[in-house]
Ligand binder design. Structure first.
Ligand code: BDP
Length: 635
């Protein structure tokens, strides 16, 4: 188009300063509201306009326009200013340097360290584009169980090549820092964060990293947890450790994401108390460029947990959320469960920190405590599988994570619908059927795995399938019996005043609601209380009957998902139809496995018969105890 015709163009994708004067004039007021990464979509005098202040805003705006076209929204109605509500929106890869992925179920790591930096695979670009299309702006590329080697020049060169590939898409690279790297790489006698030589080592190392990656985002650290070294080894606090690294990255504008997933080598009376007990006293003691990364719940990505009590409890220390997109505890690669449903439950939980309405999402977006730094991370579920995520529908979790990271208040039904429209079809029957499955799937899964607040009853180490019998071994809090404590009269973990009192870490409102076994919502009953098998619940059923009915409901739910899906034959391309259909067979089968194994195991203690309507297990308990006992899927 020549310049004279420029004004006649019907589609404008341009930074605000590059728009023709008349358009600038009419959009001035709206444009003032656009922030650095934000954009404006506007239909104005017959023209579609995408504008922003920055290149990255323009990219986000363009993807938003594409989304609207794909989902058939009316372009004539466009009028939307979007700014991300959270600053740091990251994927966390638990990828090892040997290309295995910890808790990854979609193949190997997409980072081909051997070929890097010489070969830049198209997949890196596709990855960056896909992430930019959902607003993700950072990626931590290495496992939190960190290998110090990634900090050596050889690997920094490779990481720099990835950073170069991601940069046009607004994605910064972060690395995991192994706390004792000064000892491992340079034979320092200590990694004590208060030792000047150690501090200098990290400063020098950081300066070196920035020579490779000038816009390096910073470090993600797992310390003093599950064998990872940390400040505890030197009698120092988590703040001492984090601040040392923060001082090293500060001159370059970097940040430190310090994980709250800290637990001792010695089992406390209740493991879920530890992060709060450890971090709460440190509130306000971290440098300004530290953000503490907290898992959604106080235990460890279980199918259902109450929100982590640190949210709302650290007004002087920015906290970020860590969600797990990979389904370690939720059926791994073959179960269809819409994680956005779980995340919404947590994001909308009220911490009551400043009275009603103090939701977790307001902690995260910084508005509740006026955090200067805000963030959210999702443990990636992608790998070398052709469809990226193993289960076709697990792409929806990656997508939903990006959407909620951009704006944690977003409506998850709309997120699901947009994803279906963009990924499968705009056909009403497909949309409604898939949406129905997705929006019900989370409750269904919780029912067939861990109903009524049960948790950590999965098989040992690989975490796939039921294992309520798991007991003994190195750590009590890595067993199932530690958490459910079933005996001949009752089941559940007493976390009220009469027990571990972990409940005390929550606001008074929650103490009242959750503290009373009579009124607590059933979904958290056994998380907070020990309950007699024959106790009558609000539903009119005894606890045992309620448990059995819940498992049965879960199985029926999985069967219902399968039937619903089968209705779509012919409306979806045959490849993906069959792929999902076969995974649903596995899901139904494994839902039955969970129900039968758990009811047989717990039934030994309750000694009560299965209530009417609950199917009898197909095998005896021994069968399940021995079933695939030696099989370790993945890593
Ligand atoms: C647990 C995983 C383990 C991770 C750990 C973590 O089983 O593989 O290393 O979380 O988050 O859920 O550090």
């Amino acid at each position: 188009m020549n310049l004279e015709n420029k004004a006649a163009a019907l589609l404008w994708i341009a930074k605000f300063e590059d728009l023709p004067d008349p358009i600038q004039l009419s959009l001035k007021e709206k444009a003032d509201l656009i922030e650095e990464e934000g954009y404006l979509l506007q239909f104005e005098k017959g023209k579609v306009i995408v504008t922003s202040k920055s290149d990255i805003g323009l990219l986000y705006g363009t993807f938003a326009l594409l989304r609207k076209i794909q989902t058939r929204e009316k372009l004539e109605e466009l009028s939307e200013i979007e700014n991300p509500k959270i600053q740091k929106r990251l994927l966390n890869h638990w990828d090892n340097l040997n290309r295995t992925v910890e808790r990854g179920y979609a193949g190997f790591s997409i980072w081909n360290w051997h070929r890097l930096p010489r070969h830049i695979d198209q997949q890196y670009i596709d990855y960056a584009r896909a992430n930019a299309s959902i607003g993700i702006n950072g990626t931590s590329i290495t496992n939190v169980n960190a290998n110090a080697l990634v900090l050596t020049p050889e690997y920094l060169e490779k990481a720099a090549a990835l950073a170069d590939a991601f940069r046009p898409y607004g994605i910064k690279v972060y690395l995991t820092a192994r706390f004792n790297a000064p000892m491992v790489l340079d034979n320092l006698p200590t990694a004590d964060p208060l030792d000047p030589e150690v501090q200098q080592w990290w400063k020098d190392k950081t300066r070196e990293i920035y020579t490779y990656i000038p816009d390096f985002g910073g470090f993600l650290v797992k310390a003093d947890s599950e064998g990872q070294p940390g400040p505890h080894n030197y009698g120092r606090t988590q703040a001492d450790g984090a601040n040392m690294l923060a001082d090293a990255v500060q001159p370059f504008g970097g940040i430190v994401m310090w994980r709250a997933f800290v637990y001792n080598e010695h089992t406390p009376t209740d493991r879920i108390r530890q992060a709060y007990d450890e971090f709460k006293p440190l509130d306000g003691k971290f440098r300004e460029n530290v953000i503490v990364q907290v898992k959604n719940g106080p235990l460890d990505f279980q199918p259902r947990e109450p929100f982590h009590p640190l949210f709302g409890a650290m007004p002087e220390t920015p906290l970020m959320m860590e969600f797990q997109i990979t389904k370690e505890y939720l059926g791994q690669d073959t179960h269809w469960v819409n994680l956005a449903s779980m995340w919404e439950e947590v994001l909308q939980s009220d911490t009551y920190a400043k009275g009603p309405g103090s939701t977790v999402s307001k902690v995260l977006d910084g508005s509740l405590h006026d955090y200067k730094l805000t963030g959210i991370a999702g443990v990636s579920n992608i790998g070398t599988d052709r469809n990226w995520t193993g289960h076709q529908t697990a792409q929806a979790d990656w997508y939903a994570f990006g959407q909620l990271a951009w704006n944690p208040e977003q409506n998850i039904e709309k997120i699901a619908e947009d994803w279906i429209r963009m990924t499968f079809s705009n056909d009403t029957e497909v949309i409604n059927t898939m949406k129905g499955i997705m929006l019900n799937s989370y409750e269904i899964l919780v029912n067939y795995m861990t109903p009524l607040g049960l948790h950590h009853i999965m098989a040992r180490s690989h975490h796939w399938g039921p294992g309520p019998w798991v007991t003994g071994g190195g750590r009590d809090d890595w067993t199932a019996t530690y958490y459910h404590k079933a005996n001949s009269d009752s089941i559940g973990f007493d976390r009220t005043e009469t027990g571990s009192n972990a409940l005390a870490q929550y606001a008074a409102e929650w103490k009242e609601i959750w503290g009373d076994a009579e009124t607590i919502p059933l979904e958290f009953l056994l998380w907070f209380h020990r309950v007699l098998w024959n106790k009558k619940l609000s539903t009119g059923n005894t606890l045992w009957d309620e448990l059995a009915i819940s498992y049965q409901k879960g199985v029926e739910g999985a069967r219902w998902m399968q039937q619903e899906w089968n209705k779509l034959e012919g409306l979806i391309d045959p490849d993906r139809f069959k792929h999902i259909a076969s995974f649903l067979k596995i899901q139904v089968n494994e839902a039955e496995w969970w129900r039968d194994a758990c009811l047989l195991y717990f039934g030994q203690y309750s000694k009560m018969p299965l209530p009417e309507g609950v199917e009898a297990p197909k095998h005896d308990l021994n069968y399940y105890l021995n079933f695939k006992r030696n099989f370790v899927p993945g890593i």
